[in-house]
Design a protein around this ligand. Sequence first.
Ligand code: ADP
Length: 479
Amino acid sequence: MTEVLNQLFIGGAWVDAADGATMPVDDPATGEILCHVADAGPKDARLAEEAAVQAQAEWARTAPRARSEILRRAHELILERTDELAHLMTSEMGKPLAEARGEVAYAAEFFRWFSEEAVRIDGGYGTLPDGRNRMLLSRRPVGPCLLITPWNFPLAMGTRKIGPAIAAGCTMVLKPAPQTPLSSLALAGILKEAGLPDGVLNVVTTSRAGEVCEPLLRGGRIRKLSFTGSTGVGRILLAQCADTVVRTSMELGGNAPFIVFDDADLDVAVDGAMVAKMRNMGEACTAANRFFVHRSIAEEFGRRLAERMGALVVGPGTRDGVDVGPLIDRTGRGKVEELVTDAVERGARVLVGGRTPEGPGCFYPPTVLTDVSPESRLMDTEIFGPVAAILTFDDEDEVLRRANDTPWGLVGYVFTQGLDRGLRVSEGLEVGMVGLNTGLVSNPAAPFGGVKQSGLGREGGRVGIEEFLEYQYVAVPVR
Ligand code: ADP
C-alpha cells in the first residue's frame, strides 16, 4: 500500500493540527491501533472554512466542463486504485474486502454521475402571465458547504456529497467520522491529483465534532450543511443551522420494514433479506430492521433465512472467504447485544447466532430471532448489526399500519408476486424508497433519502445536484 495520508487537508496543503493533536484509528478486527491522524480543533476548522470561503468566487466561475473533467478523472483514479482503497477501508471499518471493493465502485460512480450533471445545469427564459415582463432564470452554487459523513460507508458517503458540490460549483469543508478518516483523506489526495483547485475541498479529521462544527454552522459563512448520521445528532445540527438559516440536507436514521406476503417467491424473498439485512454487516441506515412475514409462511421463511445466515463465515474482513466482518467498535456491538437480550427476555426465539464470541475484535454472529414481541426495543431502534427480527402478520391493512407506525421513513421492502398488491403497498408505505422484490435500493442514478424523521432532501439522481444550487430570477420588462 502507498503512504497513508494522515494530516488535515486545508487550502490544498497537508498540515498538522494547530496544537499538534492526533487521534488513533483502530482496526475493529483486532482492536489494535492502525495509525494516528491529525485531531483538528476549532482553530483548524476556522482555517478550513476560510480556505473554502476564499476559493468560492473563483470556483463558481470555473467552466462547468472543467468541473466535470475533474470529477471524471477522479472517477477513473478511484477505479484504478480499487484494491488499495478497499484495503484501507477494510482496515479502518471492518467490512469484508469484497464489500469494500463494491463500495469503491459505488463511490466512484457518484463522481461519474455528477460529472455528467455538471454540464447539464440549465436556466430559463420566459414570459410572465402579464405578457410584458420577462423572466431570466439562472442557477447559482449555494456557497461554501459543511459536509459531515458517517463511518459505515467511508468512501461513498463522501463522494455522494462531494460529487454534487463540485458539479454545482460549491467549495466545502468535509468532516469525516472519527472512526474512518483514512478513506476521506485518500479521496482528498485523489481529487488533488485529478486537478481540484486548492481550497475547494478541505478535510478536517477530529474527535471533537461538536466543537469543530458548531462555530462553522453558527458563523454565517457556511451556506449549506449536508449531513449523514443519526437522527439524534441531526436534530442538534438542525437547531444550530436555524440561527443563520443554513440550508440543510439530512440523511438520518431508518427503521426499515421488510414485508413478505404469502404470494411472494420465497427464494427471491430470502435472497432479498440477505442483502437488505447483511449488506455492510447490517450497519446501514437502509438495513431491514423489522421483518413482517405472513403467518402462513413465517416458519418456512425463518428456517430458510436462518440456514443462509448460519452458513456465513465471520472473521477479519481481509481474510479470504469471510462474509461478515467485525462491527465498528465495542459500543456498536454492545448495543446489538443489549437489543438481542431484551428481545429474548420478551419471548423471542433464537434460530441462529445470538452469542458474542470470545476474543479480540468486535465480532457478532449473524442472528435470526423469531416470535419477536412488538414491545421489543429493537422494533423502534436501529439495530445496526447482523440481527434479523421476525414478526408475523395476517392481512395487508394491518401490516401497512404496523410498518408505518414509526417516526422514521427511509426505506421499505415488499415481497409479493402480485403487481397490484406490490404497487398498492409501495404507495401505502410512508418512506422515501421502496425495494419491490429486491433488497437493494441504493444507486447513484436514483434519489436517495427519507421522509418523516429519516431526513430532508435527496442525494443522487437528477435531484442530487439541486441540493447544492440556488435559483436566481431576473425580471426584465420589455417595453
Ligand atoms: P453514529 O452513531 O453512527 O456514529 P453519528 O450521528 O453520531 O452517528 O455520527 C455521524 C457523523 O456526525 C460523524 O461524522 C460524527 O463525528 C458527527 N457528529 C456527531 N456529533 C456531532 C455534533 N455534535 N456536531 C457535528 N457532528 C457530529
